[in-house]
Design a protein around this ligand. Structure first.
Ligand code: FUB
Length: 765
């Protein structure tokens, strides 16, 4: 793209493009088309197709699908190639047309039309892949019209796949999202349902690019309408399968591309309309670019007219510069490209003198004092000028980058920052000769004062008031732990803050570090959701990588019926991802199982992402009979803590049907219990143990520094934690006991030689 922009300057689409940094198109490093947004975990992921710079046969030249994401709708992080024609072994070398992705039960499903070959489906547990083809063949095999899939899961969990040009067809997808039941239905296209067109080429204005979704109990079918050049129109229905009623044009023909293709989402309380046009330099019908607009539905649920703009939407939120920012997070850029980074994720590359990246709406709060960037340089380096407002705006810092000895040798470089406060558009302007450096990530640090560093374990965030990263002496800072859905806050850990008060207050009299501990919300400590299958197959996925099998819940048990063996045992597997498994903790896995006749079943606990490392010393094998038995095994998590562990039952080899029930994964808690006897101290102290964390709370006022100490019966100190003032007259403290073996211990609250409480504790197995 970089070269093409230089080769074809006169092809600049004057329709929209200006040299002033705009926010549309949202991707400028390559030509992208056919946007398919998915909202997941507070971010918008957009899958796009990719128009190659150089055309083959002067036609669509498209070989891969890209993924970008944003938390604010204005700065887009490049996740690179999510999938390509090479992800399938049944495709040609061109034709990677308009995809659509969806999330279900821990997996992302990407529906990929390959022109003239049909529609394939890919699966990954990560939004940007790697995606794999579970079928080894098209999900919808067909001809030139089987393109442009749109996928939607209704409230009753039924999933629908619509697609087609010039026809509009649909099937009902099965729960596994990679197969369907019933026959392919074709929608009867009438003027009432899809509008009258101004020529006689087709029966209605429907061309292609359907986008199905539901809002306030109304089903919307947004589509590209003809004649060419396309506009975007829509129909609605009270049912996902019609009949449809034509509702009019949303986006008139604009933008210099003979196609258009829409995607519609709600995010952070606002509605957004994605589309494509030819607005980048060199743009045209086969070199398109993805854009987005914010809009509001009319009160009756109808669409307003949405016009293309080069402003794009206002930021949905501000960007936090005190967090690591991937360098490939871009509102607008000039000259640079992106590529996979040797340290993982993507990097900014092809930098030359004067190139820049704009990052919009960055909240520097009370002020940034330094900047740190991870860079590699196989040349002699250069510098990054940090400017506010525009690429020639106020210079707030210059970071020099020297040669690092190679393009894969990464080092951190720092510089001071001054006069950089409040919410600003930030420009990183690159200086140097040749290619001076490549960039992986960067971050800012706050001003003077003590630094408060807050980490999290598990899924959740911590807000702080007042905001910032550094505070002047004696500033009280209130920390509020906010768990993600499905998670709960269990306490603070670290020398500077313990206990489970939320919000908690910390006074800044030094640099401080605090960790907020989040745990998956569980019923009875079971990390597995719906382990008794009382909500059908929710949270469970049957992966069929080879062979043939189906899964269903029958009388509250999960039944895997195997029609033909897989190549490997793990090729047919019932899995549940998103288990939060902590380093050093021991877990007990329990389940009931039987089979219609004797066979074996293998259990595994592993990473739910590549490289799918198993957390077990060896896979666990169990002999099933036709009598229901309870099986159990223990393992200790020796790998790094992972929020996305996966329990799996592998049954790929052997045909007898398998039944599974009452699955649990619980922390093996040697500390479960028991304060048998209070030796001395106030009866008002409250103690409890949860997830191996002992918490004490007392309304007693403490003056001075009290420490919670755990001793073995031989008087050996095995754990300490400082106690925090909880309220005017109380304190609390907590200590993680997971590494302590079972037995008898003494727990004391001490201040020097003074003992406030002393409790005898039995850590029972
Ligand atoms: O990108 C190739 C084709 O152009 C898509 O499948 C259509 O929707 C149109 O955008």
């Amino acid at each position: 793209m970089k070269n093409e922009r230089m080769i074809i300057p006169f092809m600049i689409s004057l329709f929209l493009f200006t040299t002033v940094p705009a926010d549309n198109p949202i991707i400028q490093t390559i030509y992208t088309a056919d946007p398919a947004p998915v909202v997941h975990d507070e971010r918008v992921y957009v899958y796009t197709s990719h128009d190659e710079d150089v055309l083959e046969d002067n036609f669509f030249t498209m070989k891969e699908w890209k993924c970008y994401s944003s938390s604010d709708m204005v700065n887009w992080t490049d996740h690179g190639t999510a999938a390509s024609l090479k992800s399938f072994n049944w495709t040609s070398n061109n034709g990677a047309w308009a995809p659509q992705g969806i999330y279900r039960n821990g997996n992302f499903y990407l529906y990929c039309p390959i022109h003239m070959k049909g529609i394939g489906v890919l699966v990954s547990d990560n939004p940007w892949g790697p995606f794999t083809d579970p079928l080894g063949k098209p999900l919808i095999s067909g001809g030139s019209g089987d393109i442009d899939p749109t996928v939607f899961i209704d409230d009753d969990e039924q999933a629908y796949l619509y697609w087609g040009n010039p026809y509009l067809k649909y099937v009902k997808l099965n729960q596994n999202m990679v197969s369907y039941s019933g026959k392919i239905e074709e929608i009867n296209l009438t003027v009432e349902s899809f509008g009258r067109r101004s020529d006689t080429e087709r029966a209605t204005s429907y061309e292609e690019g359907p986008w199905l979704y539901k809002r306030n109990n109304l089903y919307y079918m947004v589509f590209a309408g003809g004649p060419i050049s396309e506009h975007i129109a829509y129909s609605t229905s009270s049912s996902p399968t019609g009949p449809w009623t034509y509702r009019g044009v949303i986006m008139p023909t604009q933008g210099g591309s003979f196609t258009n293709h829409a995607g519609v989402i709600d995010f952070k309380g606002k509605s957004y309309f994605f589309y494509h046009n030819a607005a980048l330099p060199g743009g045209g019908g086969f070199n398109r670019s993805v854009c987005v607009e914010q809009f509001s539905y009319n009160e009756d649920g109808t669409f307003p007219t949405i016009n293309m703009s080069n402003n794009g939407p206002p930021p949905a939120t501000n960007l936090d510069p005190y967090d690591t920012i991937q360098a490939e997070t871009i509102c607008w850029e000039s000259g640079i490209e992106t590529a996979p980074c040797s340290e993982g994720s993507m990097m900014v590359t092809s930098i030359s003198n004067g190139d820049y990246i704009k990052v919009k709406s960055v909240d520097f709060g009370d002020g940034a004092s330094s900047f740190e960037v991870r860079a590699a340089s196989g040349s002699s380096g250069g510098s990054i000028e940090l400017r506010l407002g525009s690429q020639t705006g106020t210079l707030v810092g210059t970071c020099n980058i020297t040669g690092t000895g190679g393009w894969d040798i990464w080092q951190n470089f720092q510089c001071d920052i001054s006069d950089c406060t409040g919410i600003k558009d930030m420009f990183l302007v690159f200086k140097g000769s040749g290619e001076p450096f490549r960039l992986n990530w960067y971050m800012f640090d706050g001003g003077s004062g003590y630094r408060l560093s807050v980490q999290t374990s598990g899924l959740g965030t911590v807000t702080r008031s007042p905001s910032g990263s550094r505070y002047s002496e004696d500033t009280p800072v209130t920390l509020t732990a906010v768990p993600e859905e499905g998670w709960e806050f269990i306490g603070w850990s670290g020398e500077d803050l313990s206990g489970n008060q939320n919000p908690a207050s910390i006074v800044m009299d030094n640099d401080k570090a605090v960790t907020a501990l989040f745990s998956r919300s569980t019923v009875d400590g079971n990390l597995v959701f719906n382990g008794d299958f009382s909500s059908g197959s929710d949270n469970w996925t049957l992966n069929v990588w080879s062979g043939s099998a189906t899964g269903s819940v029958i009388d509250g048990e999960y039944n895997i019926s195997i029609e033909s063996d897989g190549t490997n045992n793990h090729d047919i597997q019932l899995v549940q991802p998103e288990l939060f498994l902590e380093n050093g903790k021991t877990y007990v896995v329990t389940f009931d199982a039987y089979a219609v006749s004797n066979r074996s079943l293998e259990a595994n606990v592993e990473m739910a992402d590549e490289p799918w490392t198993s957390y077990l010393q060896e896979l666990q094998s169990f002999n099933l009979t036709d009598v229901k038995q309870t099986f159990t095994f223990k393992f200790t998590m020796e790998e790094l803590t992972n929020v996305n562990g996966r329990l799996g039952f592998n049954v790929g080899i052997g045909k007898p049907s398998v039944f599974i029930d009452n699955v649990s994964v619980k922390i093996f808690d040697p500390t479960e219990t028991v304060f048998r006897k209070r030796i001395k101290g106030s009866s008002e102290i409250k103690a409890r143990i949860r997830y191996s964390v002992l918490s004490l709370e007392s309304p007693v006022h403490l003056s001075g520094k009290y420490i919670l100490k755990v001793y073995s019966m031989k008087g050996q100190l095995v754990k300490t934690a400082s106690l925090m003032r909880k309220s005017e007259n109380g304190f609390s403290g907590s200590v993680d006991l997971s590494q302590i073996s079972h037995g008898y211990y003494i727990v004391r609250v001490e201040n020097g030689k003074k003992i406030l409480h002393s409790l005898k504790m039995v850590l029972a197995e």
